[in-house]
Write a protein that binds this ligand. Structure first.
Ligand SMILES: [Zn+2]
Length: 413
């Protein structure tokens, strides 16, 4: 069943008419009114397209305008027995495409039990009781902060950026500078909390001092102070404590087609680029900086993992065929993702049902056909919901030279 999908016009989205979210949204629903464009830029930023049933942006069935969530409730067999047992009668995951043109907040997502607690206490802030582990596959060069740096690296930044001492306070700075492997985690936790709870005056004074000093330095010394990254963040969020997080959080520049998994309690911030994102069906975000939205620094600092983790950690990557790669997150059943790249002459790719529902999004410019049920030509921007137990056969179009990309989301059964 074809789906019409919701677009989110958050402030950090892209104004480039060629960005993925705008292009996919136009093609997903050709009847959607054209976006107004001024001076070559979209009037409304295009941040995300959502494929799923979350209440903040639910997809509808193209054939009759019914909510997918309603269809699933009325047809529980469409999600299969395993889904019913594990999650109830619902679609457990939410698929998105993001076009990020300015940094998203520094954030982490709670574990399931913690999400239930936060939702019960603060229902206006944490609007659902679910966890929100996330996986991304990049569609462009993609810059993000993810997890803490090794403590030895943070110690080096305390030396190359001595202004940090003021904002951390002598106690936290000294504890961190002198910690050993036994005390590293406690020292890091204390120092990061000191940073995130420092007064606005201290933070902006510290930022101004660093920025004015690095503006006169040579390239190598600027590199040791992460000057380019600091200036980039500061240009979007002047005076925000999140800018100083660059000295604590590991920055990654991912190439197109790379993947990462973000489990609960892992601190992260997307900075720029475009990606596919798959997550548990939730919108629970605990924010600490780089945002005009509500920050909950106390909750954030208490919940975080203070262990450095590699960008490829916590997931398995299986090359199923020449054209098809599967990404499996560790420790959760909510989702897994297949990334399929098809070109002219490739054999038919079959996506076998795992007993749960399947959601498909076509990203490539080429056409290809789907031959189960009514035969269908799948084009860029089209999204499908496939009932449990149905198999999907993807035939590359023999007329097309371009590579077609299809992402397929399923539960991790
Ligand atoms: Zn996140």
């Amino acid at each position: 069943m074809e789906l019409l999908c919701k677009v989110q016009t958050y402030d950090w989205g892209s104004r480039d008419p060629n960005c993925h979210v705008h292009q996919l949204s136009r093609k997903n629903d050709p009847t959607r009114a054209a976006e107004s464009i001024t001076g070559g830029k979209l009037d409304r930023p295009h941040a995300e397209i959502w494929i799923g049933t979350h209440i903040n942006g639910p997809s509808v069935l193209k054939e009759n305008g019914k909510l997918l969530s309603e269809y699933i409730t009325e047809n529980p067999e469409s999600v299969g027995e395993k889904t019913k047992e594990g999650f109830g009668v619902q679609l457990p995951f939410l698929l998105k495409v993001l076009s990020v043109s300015k940094p998203l907040s520094i954030q982490a997502h709670p574990l399931k039990a913690h999400a239930e607690e936060l939702h019960a206490k603060f229902p206006d802030i944490y609007k659902d009781p679910n966890h929100k582990p996330e996986m991304l596959i990049t569609l462009s060069k993609f810059l993000m902060l993810r997890g803490f740096r090794p403590v030895s690296d943070i110690k080096n930044y305390l030396q190359s950026v001595p202004e940090l001492r003021d904002v951390l306070g002598a106690d936290s700075a000294d504890f961190l500078a002198s910690c050993d492997s036994e005390t590293a985690q406690a020292a890091l936790k204390q120092a990061y909390r000191s940073l995130m709870t420092a007064s606005d005056e201290k933070v902006s004074h510290c930022l101004n001092q660093i920025l004015s000093r690095v503006s006169t330095l040579d390239e190598a010394t600027r590199g040791a102070c992460l000057a380019d990254l600091l200036e980039k963040l500061h240009s979007h969020f002047p005076g925000d404590v999140g800018c100083l997080s660059v000295y604590f959080l590991q920055d990654y520049e991912m190439a197109p087609g790379e993947a990462a998994f973000l489990p609960a309690n892992l601190i992260h911030a997307y900075i720029e680029g475009e990606c596919i994102e798959l997550m548990a069906c939730s919108d629970n975000v605990v924010r600490g900086g780089l945002t005009p939205k509500l920050k909950d620094v106390d909750t954030l600092c208490s919940m975080l993992e203070y262990e450095p983790a590699d960008n490829s950690a916590n997931m398995d990557v299986l090359k199923l065929t020449e054209n098809c790669t599967k990404y499996i997150p560790h420790g959760i059943k909510d989702f897994s993702i297949l990334n399929i790249m098809l070109k002219k002459g490739d054999p038919v790719t079959t996506v076998v049902s795992n007993g749960g529902p399947t959601v498909v999004l076509s990203l490539g410019s080429a056409l290809y056909s789907v031959d189960n049920g009514p035969k269908l030509t799948l084009q860029q921007g089209q999204a499908l919901f496939i009932k449990a137990s149905q198999t999907l056969n993807l035939h590359p179009d023999p007329e097309q030279e371009a590579i077609a990309q299809v992402v397929v989301a399923q539960c991790n059964f």
